[in-house]
Design a protein around this ligand. Structure first.
Ligand SMILES: *Cc1c(COP(=O)(O)O)cnc(C)c1O
Length: 373
């Protein structure tokens, strides 16, 4: 795209989109396929938009081999909206109205708090003060009468990612995959519900994709807001969906398909995250990643500079110098501080290499400053 300043964007969400997607969206904005209107101005019940909706569902189904017994919903309200929608729809699955939660970061903690408004919530492991590891699944104390077991597959704030699918025993398994959806192949059949806000790996804000197994429809509590009722939303287009965000997702899904699908996304994210974790590991404590090596996120690499608690001055210098050479949005979430490099699908290996090299040279220049503290 002409006139676009060249930067490397490590934002954790909203985040980087492939350039080809933006270029196509730019072309279609004024006139979609010669219709004289763009997607922003199209009726959500027009044949043209219906075609976009169908393509989005077909592409998702193909890329993730989603079984026929699942409904695909395109909702608004973001990932956080689903923190409420999940208990509204499913905590009533069993009369006890209770749910088990695994809390491994800020997002699952928030989801558990939201569910507490609607039923009994049990955290199945001793609660952690800091989120740097996944409590051993063998020690989880699952309830016999819980409606579901909930976990967050990748916490983008704390940098903790599940590299396995937990065994929920008899309970329905539910996962927030907002920040690692389509970053790897996925066995959808293990889950009752999977949801993902689109602004990390799937496109832009405004859309949340929900996959729900058909037999779980129809259990919503009577107080469930109508727009969050999975059954109603699965039956037909109840209200205006986030049309433009769905269209952008379509372009992104096509880009993923053309670039080798979830398998290739996974290979890339293994390579990319290893580049950064290797620099951190070889830095003699100059860079510190607090997360247990077994559950370090491939999507969001978080670290401190100059010691385990970080050195504010060094970290700010790092951000400033990185910005000077065109690497932006590396500041960690306000809850944890430090640095966060998000390596979503659209971030390339070359760009990550550039950051790894920058980190190595920054360390050489500043390690004495860190040591003299
Ligand atoms: C970003 C994120 C969310 C929040 O999504 P919103 O759309 O901002 O509500 C929830 N869960 C996870 C895992 C995320 O990464």
């Amino acid at each position: 795209m002409e006139n676009r300043k060249s930067v490397v964007n490590f934002a954790s969400g909203c985040s980087r989109l492939p350039l080809s997607v933006l270029a196509q969206a730019q072309k279609d904005l004024l006139d979609y396929r010669g219709l004289g209107v763009g997607v922003l101005e199209m009726s959500h019940r027009s044949p043209e938009f219906t075609e976009i909706l169908d393509a989005a569902k077909a592409d998702l189904t193909n890329l993730l081999k989603i079984p026929e017994s699942y409904k695909i919903l395109f909702l608004q309200g973001g990932g956080s909206g689903q923190f409420s929608a999940v208990p509204f729809n499913l905590i009533g699955l069993k009369d006890a109205r209770c749910a088990d939660y695994v809390v491994t970061g800020a997002w699952s903690a928030e989801a558990a708090r939201e569910a507490e408004k609607l039923g009994k919530v049990k955290i199945v492991h001793p609660e952690q003060d800091t989120y740097t590891s996944i409590p051993d699944p063998n020690s989880w104390d699952l309830s016999s009468d819980s409606s579901y077991l909930y976990y967050c597959a990748n916490d983008s704030i704390n940098g903790v990612e599940f590299h396995f699918i937990p065994d929920s025993k008899e309970a329905v398994l539910i996962s927030d995959m907002s920040s690692n959806f389509l970053s790897k192949p996925l066995d959808v059949s293990k889950f009752g519900v999977i949801f993902a806000a689109a602004q990390k790996n799937l496109g832009c804000a405004g859309l949340t994709v929900v996959l729900v197994r058909e037999d779980l429809l129809g259990f919503a509590l009577s107080g469930c807001p109508i727009v969050f009722d999975y059954k109603l939303q699965a039956e037909s287009l109840y209200n205006t969906p986030p049309c433009y965000s769905i269209y952008i997702m379509c372009l992104v899904l096509d880009w993923i398909k053309r670039n080798g699908g979830p398998e290739a996304m996974e290979q890339n994210s293994v390579v990319k995250s290893k580049l950064l974790y290797d620099v951190i590991g070889d830095s003699d404590g100059f860079y510190v990643c607090p997360v247990d090596v077994r559950c370090r996120s491939r999507m969001n690499v978080i670290f401190r500079i100059g010691g385990p608690d970080g050195n504010d001055v060094l970290e700010q210098t790092f951000l400033d110098k990185a910005a000077e050479v065109g690497m932006i949005s590396l500041k960690g979430h306000r809850l944890v501080g430090g640095i966060c490099a998000s390596l979503y699908n659209a971030v390339t290996v070359e760009e990550t290499q550039k950051l790894a090299e920058f980190m190595t040279s920054f360390k050489k220049e500043h390690q004495l400053q860190a040591a003299s503290r």
